[in-house]
Write a protein that binds this ligand. Structure first.
Ligand SMILES: [Zn+2]
Length: 109
């Protein structure tokens, strides 16, 4: 059960994650050199591999950003914490771990 306090706290977390993801995406879209705080790429890998890694990472960030955006929207509409598939409540353990979760344990399988 997600209380209003939980939702307020998770909202802050989500907003922080949203900012971080946007920063990450910005740095990915920028210069092809290694960003100062991007250590996800191995400098040893050849360019093609590095490129596909970059696309993959970018895709992951974008998907996560979309999940975060949806979660914030659900908080606004006061439907946060409900599974998008079965409408059951997502357990607070799951939400504390991954605040942008869209599905309950069962539907995520
Ligand atoms: Zn479900």
């Amino acid at each position: 059960m997600i209380t209003k306090d939980d939702a307020a706290r998770l909202k802050q977390e989500l907003e922080k994650t949203q900012r971080e993801l946007k920063e990450e995406l910005k740095s990915l879209a920028g210069v092809p050199e290694m960003g100062s705080d991007v250590d996800a790429f191995d400098t040893e890998t050849d360019e093609a591999e590095e490129f596909s890694n970059k696309i993959g990472v970018e895709q992951t960030f974008k998907e996560r950003l979309e999940d975060v955006r949806r979660a914030l929207e659900k908080i606004e509409k006061a439907v946060y914490g409900k599974c998008e598939k079965c409408s059951m409540e997502i357990s607070s353990e799951v939400l504390n771990l991954v605040p942008e979760s869209r599905y309950c344990k069962h539907c995520k399988m």
